[in-house]
Design a protein around this ligand. Structure first.
Ligand SMILES: [Zn+2]
Length: 676
């Protein structure tokens, strides 16, 4: 029995060890909070509410083992109101049927007039001048279910169960409108399926409560609509554990649609018709704009034409509605606006309903053409500005685009060489840029289209010619550096330089002169960057400042940027102070899931060049499959240990500018020959 128990314990330990490995990607993040006059580091907690991440300027945090959230969360997500009583330091929370008073720094609360204690005794606190309240208590009192995902350290909140009471189709407009009526606030997930075309809408936490005689023998509600683009609606109780009502709309074709919350929020509306309500001319933040108001949130296409200069905006699944066919609006660069119900040409499907808006322009040479969509409005600008959330610095041979991003998001990057198109996908929750189109009239970029696909914001950057590029993200933005590709130069090749350690990880510290490895690594890496750029290489750095970058993130940066080689810079340490010399570490390809090439030749090549170029002792080439950065990078990768901080002679030498310049020179020369 005892052995069995041990066996189980061991299995659990192994299982957890394995989980930690798999989720090594997830590491807790901390935030410094000022509480009662002291600065305390607290773990940030992610919250999913009805399947979507909580968005908040102040992160929920773990405080004395309970999650506290900014009080605004209650208004934004739990459909309740709050009042702040600053004199008594109390928060009053009230919903339709609940009245709660929470006192700052006190575990005493009042629920519907009755004095109670907070179940876990952790009170609401003021942190960084913000009121933070206990999440589980507030959510549960307001009828939400709270779960805790211990593996991902995430709180999961779901709304109370509701009934679906009716499904109604309204065909008064040209295209139908479907209304799903519920007993309370409901949320949904949607997906489009092809062959045959279906729109599937799942409403979690709901029970299908239609009269029995409206359901068939299998409990399915069927309704023939037969109004383009919907053929039929089917609804059923898809699951009772968890409760999900599923609607399937059999469609004529993949038509544009919007699902919106009805007026009292107790219903969902699926709308297909988009009508143009109005077209106006106004100043938005000091910019001349033409504003197209629509009844829906339509998809659109843009096109720029010359002779005469004009910009075409095709609004899909739309009718002209109340729009006039001509507007004499004049802005800096617009001469007038024409609107028509466009008869689909070869680019479109015969059945498409398209409203074509033509902006007649003075000249397209001097201005950027920008289309921005914000809910039911489309804005058109022709000026020298950019899309909000985008920054662009132009150089002689290339430039830098910076995309605002609210968190250190993992953007995925794909470059299509045939179409000179860079596609960047990031979570829409980390991005403030709106769906838009930007037509630039410059030497490098043709246009930028920003679209939302599922939960992602997708940027398509169409270059005028092939570019080499690098993409680096930090907690505020994603930087895309690009440069014209010149096949005669080294800039065909991308070298990723990784300065080891950083931030709160100092690496080794010299017992001789106190030199800190992370600083030497960075100085050497920056020197090497300078050298390689002089030689014309395309260089990507995993860090350029004293910050700690996750090891996997370092490898992802290299993979995302299509690096040709990866070089990690380190300095060595040994308790035996007589040991000195250069060591090169690598991961054999058979120990890596991502490597294709035999990794030894590059390691040997670099090692030999360093030995002869630096005239140092040989501490050999060492196989080290446990190193994340060399194992998880797809390209040839080495980790260079460029000398021992623990050796008297070497510690002095490696702290000099001259040594670092020499290293940069030797590595640079080696790479030029390597790629020849
Ligand atoms: Zn190191």
């Amino acid at each position: 029995m005892k052995r069995l128990f041990l066996f189980i314990t061991l299995t659990i330990v192994i299982f957890f060890a394995f989980s930690i490995f798999v989720y090594a990607d997830y590491s807790p993040q901390y935030v410094e909070m000022n509480i009662d006059g002291k600065n305390i580091n607290l773990e940030k907690i992610n919250i999913l509410i009805n399947g979507e991440p909580l968005i908040s300027d102040v992160s929920p945090v773990l405080y004395e083992s309970r999650t506290l959230v900014p009080v605004k969360f209650i208004i934004d997500y739990l459909n309740a109101q709050i009042d702040w009583d600053s004199k008594n330091r109390e928060v009053h929370i009230y919903s339709n049927d609940k009245n709660i008073t929470i006192k700052i720094d006190s575990k005493d609360i009042i629920v519907d007039g009755k004095q109670k204690s907070l179940p876990y005794g952790v009170p609401a606190k003021i942190m960084n001048d913000r009121t933070m309240v206990p999440l589980r208590f507030a959510a549960e009192e307001l009828g939400f279910k709270v779960d805790w995902d211990s593996k991902m350290r995430k709180g999961i909140i779901s709304s109370a169960k509701q009934d679906i009471l009716d499904i109604v189709v309204n065909t008064d407009n040209v295209l139908p409108k479907i209304e799903i009526k519920a007993s309370g606030i409901v949320y949904h997930r949607e997906m489009y399926l092809d062959n045959p075309c279906r729109l599937v809408i799942d409403i979690p936490n709901t029970n299908l409560e239609l009269d029995k005689d409206r359901l068939d023998e299998n409990g399915v509600f069927k309704l023939d609509v037969n109004t383009y683009p919907v053929k039929m609606i089917r609804a059923s109780q898809f699951s009772k554990n968890p409760y999900i009502t599923r609607l399937v709309l059999d469609m004529d074709r993949n038509a544009g649609y919007t699902i919106i919350q009805g007026e009292n929020e107790k219903s969902l509306e699926i709308v297909f018709t988009n009508l143009i309500k109005n077209i106006s001319n106004d100043k938005i933040n000091d910019r001349e704009a033409i504003i197209i108001e629509t009844t829906n949130i339509p998809k659109y296409n843009v096109l720029k034409l010359n002779n005469p200069d004009r910009m075409i905006l095709d609004i899909m699944d739309s009718f002209i509605g109340q729009a006039k066919d001509k507007y004499n609006y004049k802005t800096n660069n617009v001469k007038g606006v024409r609107v028509s119900q466009f008869k689909p040409d070869d680019l479109y499907n015969v059945n498409d309903n398209i409203v074509r808006v033509v902006f007649d322009l003075m000249s397209t040479e001097e201005s950027n053409l920008i289309v921005e969509q914000n809910k039911d409005k489309i804005f058109f600008y022709a000026d020298n500005k950019l899309i909000n959330g985008l920054n662009y610095e132009k150089g002689k041979e290339g430039g830098k685009l910076s995309i605002d991003s609210s968190s250190n998001s993992k953007a995925s990057v794909v470059y299509d060489e045939t179409n000179n198109m860079l596609k960047i996908t990031m979570s829409k929750y980390n991005s403030n840029i709106k769906n838009s189109a930007l037509i630039l009239s410059d030497a490098f970029i043709d246009n930028i289209i920003i679209d939302t696909i599922d939960n992602n914001r997708v940027l398509y950057i169409k270059f005028k010619q092939n570019m080499i590029y690098s993409v680096i993200s930090n907690s505020k933005q994603i930087d895309v550096n690009f440069e014209k590709k010149d096949s005669t130069k080294n800039n065909k090749y991308t070298v990723v330089i990784d300065a080891g350690h950083g931030g709160k990880d100092p690496g080794a510290i010299s017992p001789i002169n106190g030199a800190i490895e992370k600083d030497l690594n960075l100085k050497t890496a920056l020197e090497l960057e300078k050298k390689l750029k002089e030689l014309g290489f395309n260089v990507v750095m995993t860090r350029k400042t004293d910050t700690l970058v996750n090891l996997y993130e370092r490898a992802y940066i290299a993979n995302r940027n299509d690096g040709d080689v990866f070089i990690s810079i380190h300095y060595n340490y040994n308790d035996n102070k007589s040991i000195k010399g250069i060591q090169t570490l690598y991961c054999p390809s058979y120990k890596s899931d991502v490597k294709q090439n035999n990794q030894y030749p590059f390691a040997e090549y670099m090692h030999n060049h360093l030995l002869s170029g630096l005239n140092v002792e040989d501490k050999k080439i060492v196989r080290r499959p446990g190193l994340v950065v060399t194992r998880e990078t797809k390209m040839d990768a080495v980790l260079l240990e460029l000398g021992f901080l623990s050796n008297y002679e070497e510690a002095k030498k490696i702290c000099t500018d001259a040594y670092r310049k020499k290293v940069a020179e030797v590595v640079g020369k080696a790479l030029v020959d390597y790629f020849k």
